[in-house]
Design a protein around this ligand. Sequence first.
Ligand code: ADP
Ligand code: ADP
Length: 225
Amino acid sequence: GASVTLSGLEKRYENFGAVRGVSIDIRSGEFLTLLGPSGSGKTTTLMMIAGFETPSAGDIAIDGRSVVALPPHRRNIGMVFQNYALFPHLTVAENIGFPLKQRGVPKPERARLVEEALELVRLPGYGARQPRQLSGGQQQRVALARAIVFKPRLLLMDEPLGALDKQLRESLQLEMRRLHADLGITFIYVTHDQEEALTMSDRIAVMNEGRVAQIGAPEELYDRP
Ligand code: ADP
Ligand code: ADP
């Protein structure tokens, strides 16, 4: 997985500071969670790493190279959001193959990679289905497959389980852990759910009012019963 260095990262809107000096060294293969209440700057931080927002100050380096001048598609980052937004008119396989098609991967290779991704998210044989034939949890796993199919070295996730019920959320949390271990990709995960952060993360950066208030392994930050 990629190493990611955030140095003095800031985002101002008019005179409001959404992100106010975030510095974090994320190690290769780490599962880092940004945890904090609504409005603490988690999504804005993630969007700057993804390249959908431009920092007002500071730098983002991936594997030691600054990426702030690169557009999103040149950063080779996988992304999953709460509203998974599969293309409704495409099959599951076409959805997952979309980023490969954009990258000019030929069809036979695409089919092989799509099937491999479906197996990784435990949906083998689902390629011909339509998104609307799937449950919410299955759709989110398809979104996950689409995000990892081009073998990015970094995966960004913004409340990916937020729209799911508690039981499904808990089983997918375990799937995420397994997938993280299997793939060796660096994960940066955003949530406001402390229990979720504790269950999955190698390290948690607790955000408050645009800053990192605390950072550490779950057992360093919280006493668990
Ligand atoms: P979180 O993900 O922790 O809920 P956000 O990063 O979405 O927080 O937002 C941080 C703050 O920045 C919030 O107060 C939000 O209202 C503000 N904000 C986010 N995007 C914009 C924008 N485009 N224009 C103005 N303010 C924004
Ligand atoms: P481009 O700039 O080439 O049009 P985008 O910046 O829209 O591409 O997207 C970058 C890459 O991320 C593309 O390969 C696209 O397929 C993929 N992508 C876009 N949205 C999502 C998403 N919600 N989940 C997973 N992958 C996505």
